[in-house]
Structures are given as structure tokens and as C-alpha cells.
Ligand binder design. Structure first.
Ligand code: MRU
Length: 330
């Protein structure tokens, strides 16, 4: 399958090239990143987004910090402060910490983090494909551009389509940042998967009509009881799915599980600029100065989940036991 990945590493130029996801799908523009400070800014500004992709970017950010002669503790702090919700970022920084000051070892670790994204997502895609059939609905963007690999929920959708298991995909546009309309629609089109774009408030209607068989979404951080944070709007979808008897699956690598958190209420939720709600790509849609809120993620309680799709298989309730056992396996 043709994939566009969110980054390219250029060792000769000591540069991480990031495709500017804010411009997609209209323009494919690659931006050079040469320091941890630039990497942190690119994450904050959504040039690169998606939990696994920001983890890999942070790892290379620490490599670049050494190449650029930045203060390494300050570099780590800047990267850690870029976005608070996806735990992959913090797991990547933790893995890079013992290699601080050792360029070759840092580079090896960053490559390993990226390679693991690819390997785990091949397995997640295959595991997820087993439960998908008929008409599937997804939210936000969880494909290769969000991860650097094959994708999580979207990887499973593309694999299920390859196996002839699914007939159609509903793509939530995902207000306010429109990751569904801009990125998921683009990736599904490239993969040749039949799909239809809907605005987020149409999901309940199509479920009621019996036109959605499963919902599958990505994860930014999952607590040990299975509660998880994902793109704002995921919780509403889970409630709707529950009401209509539609199965609901989060798909994630274990690098998105936070073993320090017992429950989802403790997950930090990023609050982004209200301007991202009151305007679309710089064009105002609300009266000037009108107040708005933009929590970028919400938390879905584990009671609304049918099964958790991971690289270690599909975990069914009781989730706390399943997640703890899988973590203990290593
Ligand atoms: O704000 P974003 O675009 O970074 O949010 C992305 C999501 O919510 C994804 O569903 C999640 O990161 C999983 S990506 C495989």
C-alpha cells in the first residue's frame, strides 16, 4: 500500500523533515526541523500530530538537540511541554533519557522507537481486521500520517478492506481541526477504500438507520482500567454506539497505555486555542470576540468499550485484568 509518512530523517543534513499536516490534503509541503526547540514547536503547532508520530518526533528531537548543541535538559523540557495528553511522547522521552549525551546511542534508540511503531502497527492492523465487518465508522485520523507506521484504527480498516471484510467506511470530519475530513479521507482515498465523509453530528443518525456495524478509533492515552483519552468527540460516539448496540473498539499500541494511571479521570486534557473553534483555517465563522472552548481530547469510560485492539491481541472485559496481564508479559 502506498503510504505517506509524517517524517523523513536526513542524517547528512542533520535534519528531520516533517510534512506540514496543516496543509494537507491540498498541499504537500516538507518543513526542515534542526533542533529540539523546532521539533517542540512543530508538535505544538500541529505540523506533526497523532500520538505515535509525536513520540517518534520527540525522540528525534533529542537527537537533534545533541547535534545542534542545545542544553539537553532544556530540550527535554521543551518537548515534554509541547502537548500533554498523548503518553507516547513521554514514553519516548523516557527511553531517550539514558542516552543523553551519547549521539550514536540516541540515534539508535530513536530508530528503534520508529521501527517498533511500524512493527506493532502491522500486528494491530491484523488483529483489528478480525473484528471489523460491514460498515465501519471512525473518528479523527489514525493512519500512517498520524504514526509513522501503518496506522492503528485506520490500519485495521485498510487491512479489513484488503481482506474483503468491510464494505464501507464512515469518516467523521472531526471538528474543530478536521483531521477526518482532511487526513483520513485523503489516506482512505489513496488506499482505495470506499468511504463517505459526514459531519460529526450525523453519526447518531446513521447508527439509528442501521448503517454502522462498528466504531473503531485511536487512543492518545489509556489508563489501567481501560478508560482512554482520544480526540474530542470520541466519548459522544461511544455513548451513541452503546445506545444503538454498535460495537466500539479503541485500537492502540501498548506505548499508549500509561501504567501509572488507574483511571481516565487522571489523564491531562489539552486545552487548545479557542480560535481553532471560532475560525476554520484562519476564516472566522463566529462573531468577533465570541467566547469558545477547545478541549482537544475527551475521556471515554471503559464501560462503553467492546474490546481493546492491541499488538498483543484483543482484550475483552475485565479490561484492568487484561491490560495488567499484557503489561506484565513485557
Ligand atoms: O490532536 P491530534 O490530531 O494529535 O489527535 C490525534 C488523535 O486523537 C488520534 O486518534 C490518536 O493520536 C491516535 S493516532 C494513531
Amino acid at each position: 500500500m502506498e503510504r505517506t509518512l509524517p517524517f523523513r530523517w536526513d542524517p547528512e543534513k542533520r535534519t528531520l523533515w516533517l510534512i506540514d499536516q496543516r496543509q494537507l490534503p491540498q498541499r504537500e509541503e516538507w518543513l526542515p526541523v534542526k533542533s529540539a526547540a523546532e521539533a517542540a514547536r512543530a508538535i505544538k503547532d500541529m505540523v506533526v500530530r497523532g500520538a505515535p508520530a509525536i513520540g517518534v518526533t520527540a525522540a528525534y528531537g533529542m537527537v537533534l538537540a545533541q547535534m545542534a548543541g542545545e542544553d539537553l535538559d532544556e530540550a527535554e523540557r521543551l518537548l515534554a511541554d509541547s502537548r500533554p495528553t498523548a503518553v507516547n511522547l513521554f514514553h519516548a522521552l523516557e527511553r531517550m533519557r539514558p542516552h543523553k549525551g551519547y549521539l550514536e546511542a540516541s540515534l539508535r534508540e530513536a530508530r528503534a522507537i520508529w521501527r517498533e511503531v511500524e512493527e506493532t502497527e502491522l500486528t494491530i492492523s491484523k488483529n483489528g481486521a478480525r473484528v471489523l465487518k460491514g460498515q465501519v465508522l471512525t473518528h479523527c485520523n489514525t493512519g500512517p500520517i498520524a504514526t509513522g507506521g501503518y496506522g492503528t484504527a485506520l490500519g485495521a480498516i485498510i487491512e479489513a478492506h484488503r481482506q474483503g471484510r468491510i464494505s464501507h467506511v464512515w469518516v467523521d470530519e472531526t471538528r474543530p481541526y478536521l483531521q477526518g475530513a482532511r487526513l483520513t479521507a485523503w489516506e482512505l482515498q489513496k488506499a482505495g477504500v470506499p468511504a463517505t465523509l459526514i459531519s460529526d453530528n450525523m453519526a447518531g443518525h446513521f447508527m439509528k438507520q442501521g448503517e454502522v456495524d462498528q466504531v473503531i478509533v485511536g487512543v492518545d492515552r489509556m489508563a489501567l482500567n481501560g478508560d482512554f483519552a482520544n480526540k474530542i468527540g470520541t466519548y459522544s460516539l461511544a455513548v451513541l454506539a452503546h445506545h444503538h448496540g454498535v460495537s466500539f473498539y479503541p485500537a492502540l499500541p501498548f506505548s499508549s497505555v500509561d501504567p501509572r494511571l488507574e483511571r481516565g479521570a487522571d489523564i491531562p486534557i489539552e486545552e487548545r486555542s479557542a480560535a481553532e473553534v471560532t475560525s476554520i483555517r484562519g476564516v472566522p465563522i463566529a462573531p468577533a470576540g465570541f467566547p469558545a472552548r477547545h478541549p482537544a481530547f475527551d475521556v471515554t469510560p471503559h464501560q462503553l468499550i467492546t474490546g481493546i485492539i492491541t499488538e498483543k491481541g484483543i482484550i475483552y472485559p475485565p479490561f484492568d485484568e487484561g491490560l495488567r496481564n499484557a503489561l506484565a508479559e513485557g
